[in-house]
Design a protein around this ligand. Sequence first.
Ligand code: BTN
Length: 311
Amino acid sequence: LTAMVNSAVGEILAALRASGDYVSGEALGNELGVSRVSIWKYIRNLKQHGYVIETSSRGYYLVSSPDLLLPWEVTGWEQKVRHYGEVNSTMEVAKELAKKGVEEGTIVVAESQSRGRGRLGREWSSPVGGIYCTVVLRPKVSPAYAPRISLMASVAVARTIRDLFGLPAELKWPNDVLIGGKKVCGILAEMEAETDELKFVNLGIGMNVNCSISQERATSLRDELGRDVSRKMVLGAVLAEIQRQQNVLTTDDLLAEWKKLSVTLGREVRVASLGEEISGKAIDVDSDGALIVACPDGSVKKVFAGDCLHV
Ligand code: BTN
């Protein structure tokens, strides 16, 4: 039911925006195939969400829309998005939903997070203006492919930033998206699996978008472009790219794309992994997403997880 409502509301907004003038309840009703009373209820719902809509004898006129990632604003994903104001973490919300068996592709979106989580137990600062979402995936692949899902997401985000804004987004192993060496997006995956079957992989994406960053090693799209951008457009594009990339999840194309965008390969790195520190030259990423490091003593080490410093 909710999914249908979201689509209908999206259609009403599209009609009001396309017209730029008053549109009668009757015309809207005809377009959607519902009664004028339903239209009136949808309009009331929109007003409750912060849309300013004027009503006269000529119908409805859309004055302004709130800057929120409401389901019906994320074109193409109206049926999948679950929108929240502030949550502790979209990872928590998504985990509960996934355990309850929510549909593959469900997207938990929050305007801000009070306890946003980063990799390695870190905190992820999540002020209003960013994009914070977790996508529930149920890929029919062996758990061995799980690490590739975050690689895939980082490729999707970098490609989107390049395509939409022409900014030179790059990747730092394992899955940070950087612009000019500064982090603009982080990715966190959590999964539940049985020996030979993935139950779900929750893919968390945190993007610095319309916020100003004061940290030296981070940036935002606003900081890079000197203007705000449409978050709904960015989110819709990232989701579409993830959908596209899912088809190459098990192929070499994914690794090829990741390598093309990587700034880690060929660099001297220091990786802290499981209490051990490995220094050397990053020479490759293998099929399960592990970083291959050539150490000065001639040994070659494979690093599965950890923090990578370009030195
Ligand atoms: C990193 O450490 O680079 C990963 C950051 C991941 C942040 C995102 S924001 C949406 C989702 N919810 C969270 O609490 N974390 C992820």
